[in-house]
Design a protein around this ligand. Structure first.
Ligand code: SF4
Length: 249
């Protein structure tokens, strides 16, 4: 299968996904690295699931490009986690920035655009930079899990991504939130301390608030706005583009 698959063949990717169905996340990552590197990337948002994947990539020295979308508005705890992960695993997580700084955006579109037009803000600070980055790769790794949302219930370990037109690798597709946290604790993986303080899903600082008992993990994102995701999905499904939704079990 590995020799005959066409990189951008959706049918072949789906077949690979079915073959890898019983594989561990490490099996799937190794397969993807063998298949796609150096044109394989992981866009991490530093969620709990993302930290699991960074741990596997780092400890097993897998050939994967890694980047994050630095909107310029991340929590100090997220920036600190970024550095802790780089130090622990001795890899570089590339910073991908929007075209406009916060100051330039304010000058051009008015201050605190996220308060007035969050979709436009997300488009400029997340969607456009991500789209440009992915255009340079044959496949990207995401942290999505089947149990996150109904629309992800049919996700495969490997599949075609019609939105960005490249392969999509989902190593954690069969895992649960409990699996994610068991891995983080077992392997002493750095994670965002905000998860322990009522923030199960952490995005940009102005658009993230604490979650109350009984609320969905994503309830603290864009609270009060008719918005639940960054606009990167084919289907709005309540998890972000990186599949980050977890909090400690
Ligand atoms: S999450 Fe908020 S601040 Fe960040 S890009 Fe989207 S609207 Fe802007």
């Amino acid at each position: 299968m590995t020799d005959s698959i066409t990189r951008l063949d959706a049918t072949a990717l789906a077949e690979a996904g079915r073959t890898l169905e019983g594989g561990t996340p490490l099996d799937i990552l190794r397969w993807a690295s063998n298949m796609f590197a150096p044109r394989l990337t992981f866009a991490t948002g530093f969620g709990a699931e993302g930290c699991v994947l960074l741990d596997l990539i780092g400890r097993h020295d897998l050939d994967v490009d890694i980047f994050t979308l630095d909107t310029g508005l991340l929590f100090p705890e997220t920036y600190e986690l970024w550095r802790r992960l780089e130090d622990k695993y001795d890899f570089t997580i590339r910073s991908v920035s929007p075209e406009l700084s916060i100051e330039q955006q304010a000058a051009t579109h008015g201050p605190e655009l996220w308060e007035r037009e969050p979709d436009r803000c997300c488009d400029m600070r997340k969607v456009t930079p991500l789209t440009a980055q992915l255009a340079g790769f044959d496949a990207w790794i995401t942290a999505i899990r089947r149990d996150q949302t109904d629309s992800r219930a049919g996700a495969l370990a490997v599949e075609w991504d019609p939105k960005f037109a490249l392969g999509k690798v989902n190593p954690l597709v069969r895992w649960t939130k409990r699996d994610v946290w068991a891995h983080l604790l077992k392997h002493d993986v750095p994670y965002n301390p905000l998860h322990d303080r009522g923030y199960p899903s952490v995005g940009c600082l102005p658009c993230t608030s604490m979650v109350n008992a009984g609320e969905h993990d994503r309830a603290g994102r864009w609270r009060g706005a008719l918005k639940t995701e960054c606009g990167l999905h084919t289907q709005a499904d309540g998890a972000d583009e990186f599949g980050n939704t977890s909090s400690p079990a």
